[in-house]
Design a binder for this molecule. Sequence first.
Ligand SMILES: [Zn+2]
Length: 171
Amino acid sequence: MAIRPIVRYGEPVLHAPSAPVQRIDPEIRSLLTDMVETMYAAPGIGLAAPQVGVPLRLIVIDLSVGEDKTQLIQLVNPEILERDGEQRHEEGCLSIPGFGGSPTRPARVRVRGLDPEGQERVYEATDLLARAFCHEIDHVEGLVFVDRLSPLKRDLMKRKLRKRAREGWEE
Ligand SMILES: [Zn+2]
């Protein structure tokens, strides 16, 4: 197990769609384990593979941040099957430290993917879990929450983020 460096806004891997995983082999399982470790260390409630520089469709989520092992979700090739309603809450992102925004998200989603053993998993999620699924699945599509803000807020934040990316991110 290893904690991997988290890439920051502006790195191309965060802004392009990731590739589907063709086969869940030991390398993929070890990457998932590293992602969980990295998420807990940050600490955060979700992480996607492009955030550790790997352009593959893998996400991990744990709303308890390791306090309750039953809440850990590790999904390969996640996809949103259904979405209903709307909710808006402040979100942050481990790849965009120091920034927050409130994108419109579905109130409820149904998500499908494969677990590390290759078994199909379907989740029904509302509230924070629905937002976390949408946020992490956006990452494997090459989107960050900033891309989901209103045009005015998005442009303002992107200007600040470009400046930050030029000058370097402080911890
Ligand atoms: Zn994020």
